[in-house]
Design a protein around this ligand. Structure first.
Ligand code: WT7
Length: 659
């Protein structure tokens, strides 16, 4: 790998231990955490069995904890039976029935509260409606919804009847939606007339209509939530209103007891090849991971108001909005709209108004908000905050310090949580009442997680500050089970690199002398744009699908706010566009947006006569990255088929955007 044995450039020496008062009240505290680690080290499988027995309510207890017979397709608690929705609602009714489960704030400001009793009733009604439509165990249901309570209700309702949900983020295009519907073979699509974002209406129903007119033939019915209440066409026989299907449904619903390995959901994520992967998660192991980590990492207490800003279209919104906090009977804030709508204080006002105590967001949002100036958060009462979290990409020390001092007012610990869609729940993170944090480090693995850094040969890297592959040495309950319809890709992507011995995360990392982990970035062709994974191949395929594009290569370039920006080199059919290319660049950006969704739009497009290729025809991506970053070329370019192209790629010959 590129950064093998490269000494880490970052030398952060500041350390922030938790305040004594926080540490004293925290769970786990120092002693409890040490006991958890000791138990897991003594008996990895026994530790997880104990956790699963005490944390979850089982309909039928499991007798076998870990089945390794089909490794790396590990199975956990396989003969146990449970229901995820029962564990997130029914179990709380006696003690917390009147406690707020969801506090929803609409972009226009309306607030709606649902107690655990109300949430349970809504989930049951909708689950009954789904059953009524013939949906049941194992059926795939696609959700394409705004971030509203019904998104949570629909996920929980699927779980209640054993249907497998797959949430598609509302920012994805109609064509991305269609591809996911087809890969999942989904029977039902649940959407809304529209969503609100930044003062605009997102046309969700229109995108569904487009997706279904161009494929998606497995979909039999579409349930449409009335949310924006603007006119949308309804197709007779196919489209049904949410309020009609739930009308008259009873508020209790017999749960479907499923085996712990029964798939709870699929969530599509980008990989280094063109096709998104349907990451398949289990019911028992997944819920255990989401529930325990919500407790360990966020120190959830009965009075907490927990706000994770992620959309349910991402894994963060699954584990720390829809499942983990609810399994802990926490109060969850849900906000549909944009962070700076109608003004730059929106996030801080939400924290003030709902007395949010735990706030979990992404570095990209923090950097964007930080840029607007300290005077904005300073206008709000943020005294309810007691803990802050970060997720999605490495957080730069500057943003970390700002988060700590301006938002947390030097009072709140920061948990920088490392994990992935595939890992299901947080694996490496500070435990806020125990760990002394360092800005930019996700610190140490949680109990029961055996993370390591290995070199090309798979040997543990023991020299401090030396990079290598981040791997997980032992299976853990919340891990993905497979890639839907493509187990070979599961094995080759995550396991083959080291002969199926460890889970390979695809990140490079190093460890400092204190054993703290520092994530360095992806090792594959995957970009991390605003905390979201984008495959370079996906964007390249979208570009070459345009009539005028012959070839494209996409690389990432550091971006002040988004972490990484999308940089595309494009070879056109016929003449290379020169002069004022702005209009064509816009056309291509719009095109990619239509194919994949707005987040994938290239930030910069540079036209070239050719891509840099080796004599064997391989595109030299490393060279393109260097050029996109404006760095000096140090790699060997003598193997280039066409060395003259370098000048053009740099834009030095008067070509390219904005020159
Ligand atoms: C990739 C996973 C996990 C939820 C959000 C993203 C990067 C994630 C951190 C962190 C440094 C991080 C990694 C990882 N990443 N959290 N705290 N520090 N990098 O989920 O889309 O599955 O992306 O995000 O590169 O592999 P995802």
């Amino acid at each position: 790998m590129d950064n093998k044995n490269i000494e880490s450039a970052l030398h952060e020496t500041r350390q922030f231990p938790p305040a004594p008062a926080f540490a004293a009240a925290a769970h786990p505290n120092v002693g409890e955490l040490a006991a958890l680690h000791a138990a897991a080290e003594r008996d990895h499988v026994g530790f997880w069995a104990d956790q699963a027995r005490s944390a979850l309510q089982w309909h039928k207890p499991f007798t076998q904890t870990l089945d390794e017979s089909d490794a790396p397709n590990y199975r956990w608690f396989a003969d146990g039976q449970l229901n995820v929705s029962v564990n997130c609602t029914d179990v709380h009714l006696a003690q917390h029935g009147d406690k707020a489960a969801l506090i929803f704030e609409a972009e226009q400001g309306a607030v709606r509260r649902l107690s655990y009793r109300e949430l349970h009733a809504e989930v049951c009604r909708f689950a009954n409606a789904l059953r009524n439509l013939g949906i049941g165990r194992g059926d795939r249901v696609i959700l394409y919804l705004p971030l509203v309570p019904e998104a949570i209700i629909a996920m929980q309702a699927c779980a209640r009847i054993g249907a497998i949900h797959s949430v598609v983020f509302g920012g994805f295009s109609a064509l991305s939606l269609r591809d996911r519907i087809e890969d999942a073979g989904a029977r039902l699509l649940i959407t809304a007339d529209g969503g609100h974002r930044g003062g605009n209406v997102i046309e969700l129903k229109a995108a569904c209509d487009k997706a279904l007119s161009e494929g998606g033939a497995s979909i039999e019915q579409v349930i449409v939530l009335q949310h924006t209440a603007h006119d949308v066409p309804m197709q007779a026989g196919r489209d049904l209103w949410w309020h009609d299907v739930v009308s008259g449904q009873p508020d209790h619903c017999e749960p479907e007891w499923v085996g712990a390995e029964h798939p709870l959901f699929l969530l599509y994520t980008s990989g280094s090849t063109g096709k998104p992967k349907g990451i398949q998660h289990s019911s028992g192991g997944y819920l255990l991971g989401a529930k325990l980590t919500a407790q360990w990492v966020f120190d959830l207490k009965p009075a907490d108001v927990f706000w994770c800003t992620a959309d349910v279209g991402w894994i963060t919104g699954h584990s720390y909005v829809a499942y983990g906090p609810l399994a802990n009977a926490a109060t969850v804030v849900l906000y549909e709209g944009g962070p700076t709508w109608p003004d730059a204080g929106r996030f801080w006002r939400i924290i003030q108004d709902h007395r949010v105590s735990i706030f979990y967001t992404a570095p990209t949002a923090l950097r964007a908000l930080m840029k607007l100036g300290d005077h904005i958060p300073q206008q709000y009462d943020l005294s309810s905050l007691r803990l802050l979290g970060s997720v999605g990409e490495p957080i730069n020390p500057e943003a970390w310090m700002w988060y700590r001092s301006v938002i947390g007012q030097d009072r709140c610990p920061i948990v920088d949580t490392w994990w992935q869609t595939e890992t299901g729940s947080i694996l490496i993170s500070p435990v806020p009442g125990v760990t002394a944090t360092k800005p930019g480090s996700c610190t140490r693995p949680l109990p029961g997680i055996v993370a390591d850094i290995v070199d090309d040969e798979g040997h543990s890297v023991t020299t401090p500050d030396t990079g290598g592959y981040l791997v997980i040495r032992k299976p853990w309950p919340a891990m993905l089970r497979t890639i839907w319809n493509d187990n070979e890709r599961y094995v080759s992507t995550y396991w083959e690199r080291f002969q199926n011995r460890y889970y390979v995360a695809g990140d490079s990392a190093n460890r400092d002398a204190d054993g703290y982990f520092w994530i360095m970035g992806r090792i594959d062709d995957v970009l991390n744009v605003a905390g979201h994974r984008l495959g370079t191949m996906e964007i390249e395929s979208a570009l070459v699908a345009h009539l005028r594009v012959a070839e494209a290569a996409v690389v990432g370039r550091p971006h002040e706010i988004k972490g990484e920006a999308v940089f595309a080199y494009v070879v056109c059919r016929g003449e290379r566009p020169t002069g004022d290319t702005r209009e064509f660049v816009e056309e291509l950006r719009k095109w990619v947006g239509e194919q994949l969704g707005a987040i994938a739009k290239p930030d910069e497009i540079r036209f070239t006569d050719n891509l840099p290729k080796t004599r064997s025809g391989k595109i030299m991506r490393r060279l393109l990255r260097t050029i996109a970053r404006g760095e000096e070329i140090t790699q060997d370019i003598s193997t280039l088929e066409n060395p003259g192209i370098v000048e053009q790629l740099r834009g030095d010959d008067g070509s390219g955007k904005g020159r």
